[in-house]
Design a binder for this molecule. Structure first.
Ligand code: M6R
Length: 616
């Protein structure tokens, strides 16, 4: 949450800072700001509530000339999204400016301490204290040493932070610090860069340095980057990662919005992920970093994730339990972290699923599992993310940058990655013959074309979306693996159209949610051809009997369903019913998008949300 960008070099900073903020806007977009060290030796800046576009407009008349600067796009935690609470925050002199991502948990004590010391704090944020702590250090023990001043300041902080700091009295320098919140830096011949993630760096370099927790970095105008440990000792430049994302991957490329683009990219993303995965010895999943014997001894899998990725874990549970016959426990990371009774055996495999690889709750859960002696494997999309670096093995889903806050291509790619994991485990556990593994891999390879077919039918979703235009609520129903498709469909709809949506296993409807039904109430039923098809059809009958209006996701040719419901979102025949969720959800993604557009919502940047949830 919150996007940070910094630049010091030979070019004017403002252009890169604003472009960088645009690419990071998915991390938060309720306010934004920039500070540039001017040629007059003072810091100049603009900050305001609203989107980066508002900041860009304001900057047009602000004449921010200078080659060193920092910028921020905010997702508010402490203090409303107002001009005053926007970053950068300054010290009393106005000569030190700080941008922060994270939460300072002891900010109240620090604020009181600083006020007692005569500091004037002007915002309601937790972040502002950092600027004043640096001011104290700069005036005292770390005079003239910005790295030292920042190091002194962060020693007093509790919580999480990624920081970029500029000081008018340390021209050409940016100091960064990281603890818990992600931060990458890069050195180029044009200058040195800092950013919350690799997205804004893809246009300037293909090599970035991922700061580790506790580290600080000094960025100099000549492009030099020096990394320090928490004690202030210089360390060898650690863990450089190569970005293989081309910068244009994070642009709209002719699509109306990123959600449309990312929905369309799903077939290619899955093809990339599946390519070369069937080797001479079965499914190739070397990234697991576990031997066949180790995999054979796994007696339990713990799947931990949040949000849409949690829905992936529910599908993964079914795939692993059905194919590998290994018991699986799924948990929300935010719940798992505070549970007393965690059922871990000496041979439990922990799996975290996270698109961004930076979700704070998921990272905490992974550390907890590792602390219990589990091997932890990450299924993630973002190269070099904290989840990838801290796990024992990582499977990159290779979906490319996902910019829209609502996850689409990462969701389907993560489900396919989970299927590969399930197949590998099934092989290692001796639960599946080679021929069956090959057949199931072949089924997976058919998914991209099936999704292409669904995407070509988006007109069906556009038409059905009219039903939701003025609705206040909607119910999603499905059975078995498609109870999860219902959950994901409801999440997509509420997330981007602000329409309340609830999902239930279809058979559970009669135990409560049926009371919601009244004439005109929209219900979405996922009812593909599978072994629970007829049961779900009965539930659709119950819906219709109460005057509710039903939209069904059904398999081509299902006249029984077509004759009952208002709209059908048709899917082609899927060779394995356990794989239907990967295909069926695409209709629900498109439906949610069309509903959101009809209701005048910004599909890419839904209110209150951020793409990467780096606070607990
Ligand atoms: O990056 P992660 O997969 O860990 O993110 C988890 C959730 O925050 C995320 O899936 C969220 O629910 C999405 N906005 C859903 O579209």
């Amino acid at each position: 949450m919150c996007g940070i960008v910094g630049y010091t070099g030979s070019s004017q900073a403002i252009g890169y800072l604003l472009e960088g903020l645009k690419t990071l806007e998915y991390r938060g977009y309720d306010s934004a700001g920039v500070a540039v060290l001017g040629t007059d030796g003072a810091l100049h800046g603009v900050k305001c509530a609203g989107r980066v576009a508002t900041l860009v407009e304001r900057c047009e008349t602000a004449n921010l000339v200078g080659t060193t600067g920092i910028a921020h796009t905010r997702w508010a935690t402490h203090g409303a999204p107002t001009d005053r609470n926007s970053h950068p925050h300054r010290d009393c002199s106005g000569r030190i400016a700080v941008v922060h991502n994270g939460i300072i948990e002891n900010y109240r004590e620090l604020r009181a301490y600083l006020q007692r010391g005569g500091h004037t704090l002007v915002s309601e944020t937790d972040s502002e204290v950092i600027a004043h702590l640096i001011e104290d250090a700069w005036a005292g023990p770390s005079a003239g040493n910005l790295v030292g001043a920042v190091r002194n300041a962060v020693r007093r902080l509790e919580g999480s932070w990624a920081l970029a700091v500029v000081c008018a009295d340390a021209p050409g320098e940016i100091v960064c610090a990281r603890n818990g919140s992600p931060l990458v830096v890069a050195s180029t011949s044009e200058g040195a860069y800092a950013a919350s993630d690799v997205t804004p760096l893809a246009s300037v370099t293909s090599h970035v340095i991922q700061l580790e927790n506790g580290q600080l970095a000094r960025l100099e105008r000549g492009g030099r980057v020096t990394v320090f440990d928490a004690e202030g000792a210089e360390v060898d430049v650690p863990s450089t990662i190569d970005i293989d994302w081309d910068a244009s991957a994070a642009t709209l490329g002719g699509y109306a919005d990123f959600m449309a683009k990312e929905i369309a990219e799903q077939p290619e993303a899955i093809e990339r992920l599946l390519s070369g995965r069937m080797g001479a010895h079965g499914v190739t999943l070397d990234e697991l970093s576990m031997t066949g014997d180790e995999l054979a001894s796994v007696d339990r899998v713990y799947l931990i994730a949040c949000g849409t990725s949690y829905h992936v874990s529910l599908i993964a549970r079914t795939l692993i339990q059905t194919w590998a016959k290994v018991p699986v426990i799924c948990d929300y990371a935010s719940e798992f972290n505070y549970e007393n009774d965690v059922l871990v055996t000496p041979h439990t495999l922990g799996v975290i699923i996270t698109q961004s690889g930076e979700t704070a709750d998921t990272l905490t859960a992974a550390r907890r599992l590792k602390g219990m002696g589990c091997k932890v494997f990450a299924i993630t999309n973002v190269l070099g993310s904290t989840a990838a670096r801290e796990s024992d093995g990582v499977l990159y889903v290779q979906a490319g940058p996902e910019v829209c806050v609502a996850s689409t291509k990462a969701y389907t790619a993560q489900m396919v990655a989970s299927a590969l994991l399930a197949l590998r485990l099934a092989e290692a556990q001796g639960q599946m013959e080679r021929a069956e593994v090959e057949r199931r891999y072949g089924d997976l390879c058919r998914i991209p074309d099936l999704i292409r077919e669904v995407i070509s039918r988006s007109w069906q979703d556009k038409r059905a979306a009219q039903l939701f235009r003025r609705a206040h609520s909607a119910l999603f129903l499905g059975r078995g693996v498609n109870a999860t498709t219902a959950l994901e469909g409801a999440l997509k709809l509420k997330e981007i159209s602000y329409l309340h949506a609830e999902a239930y296993p279809a058979g559970e409807m009669k135990h409560g949610p049926i009371a919601l039904l009244e004439p005109g109430f929209p219900v979405v039923a996922i009812v593909p051809e599978d072994r629970v098809h007829d049961k779900t059809v009965s539930n659709i009958q119950e819906v219709i009997a109460r005057g509710a209006v039903c939209v069904a996701v059904a398999t081509d040719g299902d006249e029984a369903v077509a004759s009952l419901v208002e709209h059908v979102l048709w899917i082609p025949h899927v060779p394995d019913e356990l794989l239907v969720p990967i295909v069926a959800v695409v209709h629900l993604q498109m439906l949610a998008r069309h509903v959101a557009l009809l209701r005048g919502c910004d599909v890419d940047k839904p209110r209150n949300l951020a793409k990467s949830v780096t606070v607990e």
